[in-house]
Write a protein that binds this ligand. Structure first.
Ligand code: PLP
Length: 513
């Protein structure tokens, strides 16, 4: 492909994206395809001869798009948002166009230095403690990981290696494998699945402690677990707290957890994958309580900061603990500016060697929206969630399950779990909106998350009309079914009573029937 053709392809692709995004409300949010439909429409091998890009875009339109779930639709209300913006999309294109990798400073100095700058911008914007900035005097700093899962895993692995080091000093009688066999970590039973997975990958059990009735993990629970484990000869390593749990966006009590972690020399990591966006707002200042005492934290820009997937910010109070844990060198990776402050080699802060120039899309997003635009975005999601909550509260057939938090509302139709299951099933079959279920203490509920690239109050009204009208239909069908099950005329009644009399052995229960 020459540059002229590349230009044409590029322009057509941008047009394609604009048409897709501007018409996204016209599509059902969930696809209507059966399993294998995409596989069956595509050739089994790479085409031998090059094909024209127009043919590729045509297949994208006719084969791929029908098989998509539309994450950027405002009617996508499942999980948490996977945010995006024009600046970020163009940033992604430019990243691919420039095509550099930035695992060490010399590989592309601007790649590393822009990341240092945007991570410090973000730390200030989110009002994080100063020690998390590269520009601070201490060893702290931020890095962009691909996902919250990677950030959590990095924290877990680093904490594990630090614990092994210190244990070898305090217990020289133990072999390294004996030490490793005693390590133990903690999180709440409300934490994201990626935390349990980090434990599996790090070969270190993570105990999922029961959150309190209000779904919050507090220091007392952690203290008891640590005391029990220490008494049993285990070595506590890390606690992963959550600000904004996936189920209900509950906030663990960081202050009380920090008290316990500090006393027990346990690493405290905070997973704020979604709720970290709230740190930017004065009205959500409560959320930041205790962050000055944590060792590391992560926040997904791809959830709440208008940067498209993948982009997950991670900050460390002492980056040396990670760098020292993961430092594996080769002569071909060395350069003469290694080890200078503010010139990190980010390969030591992450799992892969290669790394994308994600800082570019962050920089472009931040500059094209400004801090004001980013704050407005978070505020808009909160306001839309409040709008949805007011619909729930004004309809006595529904109940709230947890307090509305940021852009998330957890609610259910009153009655047993079957009502919730059936309602969700109806909604999924109609494909107009997409939500998922969650469960706490045996009660199932629906999560309505404000998502989409440009959600509006009219979208919330659309979603609510869909939900409440489907409940109306469900309840009407249920009543009809009940009536159909009940005896409705004299001969039915006679038959009904006879059945009961027969099964009761001829007793005299007629009156109570
Ligand atoms: N932590 C929380 C609280 C989440 O809600 C999620 C995903 O929704 C994750 C972690 C995992 O995020 P990622 O897909 O970036 O690994």
């Amino acid at each position: 492909m020459d540059f002229d053709e590349f230009r044409e392809f590029g322009h057509a692709s941008i047009e394609f994206i604009i048409n897709y995004l501007s018409g996204i409300r016209e599509r059902d949010v969930l696809p209507s395809v059966a399993p294998y439909s995409v596989i069956n429409q595509l050739p089994k091998e790479i085409p031998e001869k090059p094909e024209h890009w127009r043919e590729v875009l045509k297949d994208l339109e006719h084969i791929i798009l029908p098989g998509l779930t539309h994450w950027q639709s405002p009617y996508f209300n499942a999980f948490f948002p996977s945010s995006s913006s024009a600046g970020s999309i163009v940033g992604e294109l430019l990243i691919a166009g420039i095509g550099v990798l930035g695992f060490s400073w010399i590989c592309s100095p601007a790649c590393t230095e822009l990341e240092v700058v945007v991570m410090d911008w973000l730390a200030k914007f989110l009002k994080l403690p100063e020690h998390f900035q590269h520009a601070s005097d201490g060893p702290g700093g931020g890095v962009i990981q691909g996902s919250a899962s990677e950030a959590v895993l990095v924290a877990v692995l680093a904490a594990r290696e630090q614990a092994v080091l210190s244990c070898k000093e305090t217990h020289p009688e133990l072999s390294e494998s004996e030490v490793r066999g005693k390590l133990i970590a903690y999180s709440s039973d409300q934490s994201n699945s990626c935390i349990e997975k980090a434990g599996v990958l790090a070969a270190m059990p993570i105990k999922l402690l029961p959150a309190d009735e209000d779904l919050i993990l507090r220091g007392d629970t952690l203290r008891k677990a640590i005391e029990e484990d220490v008494a049993a000869g285990r070595i506590p390593v890390i606690c992963i707290a959550t600000l904004g749990t996936t189920g209900t966006c509950a906030y663990d009590d960081i202050e009380s957890l920090a008290d316990v972690c500090q006393a027990s020399k346990v690493w405290l990591h905070v997973d704020a994958a979604y709720a970290g966006g709230g740190f930017a707002l004065e009205e959500c200042a409560e959320l930041r309580r205790g962050l000055d005492r944590v060792d590391s934290l992560n926040f997904n820009l791809h959830k709440f900061m208008l940067v498209n997937f993948d982009c997950s910010a991670m900050w460390l109070r002492d980056a040396n603990k990670v760098v020292d844990s993961f430092n594996v060198d080769r002569i071909y990776l060395k350069h003469k500016h290694e080890g200078q402050s503010q010139i990190p080699d980010f390969r030591h802060w992450q799992i892969p060697l290669g790394r994308r120039f994600r800082a570019l899309k962050v920089w472009i997003t931040f500059r094209t929206l400004g801090a004001e635009g980013l704050r407005n975005h978070v505020r808009k999601h909160i306001a839309l969630a409040q709008q949805f909550e007011s619909f729930v509260r004004n309809d006595s057939r529904f109940e709230m399950v947890a307090p509305q938090a940021l852009g998330l509302v957890c609610f259910r139709p009153r009655g047993d779990n079957e009502n919730t299951t059936q309602l969700l099933q109806r909604l999924m079959e109609r494909k107009k909106i997409y939500m998922v279920k969650a469960e706490h203490a045996g009660r199932q509920f629906l999560r309505f998350a404000v998502c989409g690239m440009d959600a509006k109050p009219s979208d919330i009204e659309f979603a609510w009309t869909e939900i409440e009208s489907q409940l109306t239909a469900q309840l009407a069908e249920k009543s009809l079914a009940e009536v159909a099950r009940k005896p409705s005329n004299v001969s039915d009644l006679r038959q009904h009573f006879q059945m009961h009399l027969a099964s009761d052995g001829g007793g005299t229960h007629e009156k109570s029937q």
